[in-house]
Design a protein around this ligand. Structure first.
Ligand SMILES: [Fe+2]
Length: 350
């Protein structure tokens, strides 16, 4: 938290990887550069770096990466104002992309490449931002104590049979705000507040920790059902720690709402800044991330799902099985974020 790092990616004619500004800053200004794409990103995976490098190699653009937490990047772009060097913002969660849009930081763009690669529900209708990976928010249950036949929907988590059994992170976290924003769309404010109250009444403990902590808590017997994103389980599956393998063996994955609207889907995504100096490069860059080759790498970098259909899944992720997704446009639960948070506050979700 609070850390801001920078890297530069330049076409080298060789497979040379990222350079730090200190080492290569002057050389990066050399003649072969077609211009600069300044990227502000809150994703921090080595595989993403490889894609920025391949974009630089393929196009001759130089990519300057500034990496920090999303809220920090948004604040920075606001304070830089018209002079902001940022061309592209990449962040996770439609709630944050919506916030950047609402602050007036993003411009609408039209790209037939992006429109055909990315399903409509995963991008902002006017082109302010585009989903590049999908993240599924699902249920993880104790194999020892829960019969998955007793699980059904997010709504059913308020059933009194789950009293003292539910684990999830705080309402301050955007993932839960987006989930609640999708419930708000499906059921309206009154029923959503009742859902929040019922869920809170069933909490196993005061919310604490990230999604991984909720899955671990199920295995440790602190509760029976966790609400969390699938890639947190994938990380545990890939861990070489015996304690993590123990967690994996004790916890099952369940895709809720398969008989109605489907699993709540969130995104990580990108938008072009309103003040972008290199609009064309910015669009080319986002198109690159939506290409079949990049989609496979970009999604696998964090065990997520590609937005482009036909792209191979990571083998662990594929092993979770296929499921019906809620096709609610990400912009709708993004827009619902503020009201969802107020309802969570009123309902006592700490
Ligand atoms: Fe996450």
């Amino acid at each position: 938290m609070g850390k801001m790092t920078r890297r530069v990616f330049i076409a080298t004619g060789s497979a040379l990887a990222a350079a730090t500004v200190g080492q290569f800053g002057r050389r990066a200004n050399a003649q072969q550069s077609r211009g600069v794409v300044n990227l502000y990103s809150s994703r921090h995976y080595d595989t993403d770096d490889a894609l920025y490098q391949s974009f630089a190699e393929a196009t001759g653009f130089r990519v300057n990466l500034v990496e920090a937490e999303a809220d920090q990047l948004i604040e920075r772009i606001k304070s830089e104002g018209a002079n902001s060097p940022a061309d592209v913002l990449i962040t996770v969660d439609a709630g944050r992309l919506w916030r950047a849009q609402e602050e007036g930081l993003l411009q609408p763009i039209r790209s037939s490449v992006l429109d055909s690669a990315i399903p409509g529900y995963l991008r902002e209708p006017d082109g302010h931002w585009f989903g590049l990976t999908k993240r599924a928010r699902v249920l993880f249950y104790s194999k020892e104590r829960v019969n998955p036949a007793d699980l059904s929907t997010y709504e059913d988590l308020t059933n009194s049979k789950w009293r003292g059994k539910i684990l999830t992170r705080t309402s301050t976290h955007v993932y839960n705000q987006s989930l609640t924003g999708s419930i708000l769309h499906a059921h309206g404010p009154r029923e959503t507040e009742a859902w929040v109250r019922g869920l809170v009444a069933n909490f196993a403990r005061q919310p604490e920790g990230n999604d991984t902590a909720q899955i671990r808590a199920v295995a440790a017997g602190q509760g029976d059902i966790a609400i969390a994103n699938t890639y947190y389980l994938a990380r545990l599956v890939k861990s070489s720690e015996p304690a993590d393998q123990d967690v994996v063996n004790k916890v099952g994955i369940f895709f809720p709402n398969q008989r109605d609207r489907g699993v709540h889907i969130n995104i990580s995504g990108a938008g072009v800044l309103r003040t972008a100096k290199n609009r064309e490069g910015a669009i080319r860059f986002i198109e690159h991330l939506a290409s079949p080759q990049a989609q496979e790498v970009f999604a696998k970098g964090n065990n997520e799902y590609p937005v482009l259909s036909g792209v191979a899944l990571d083998s662990v992720v594929a092993g979770f099985g296929s499921f019906r997704e809620d096709n609610l446009n990400a912009a709708i639960y993004g827009r619902n974020n503020a009201e969802a948070l107020r309802i969570m506050d009123r309902g006592g979700w700490k």
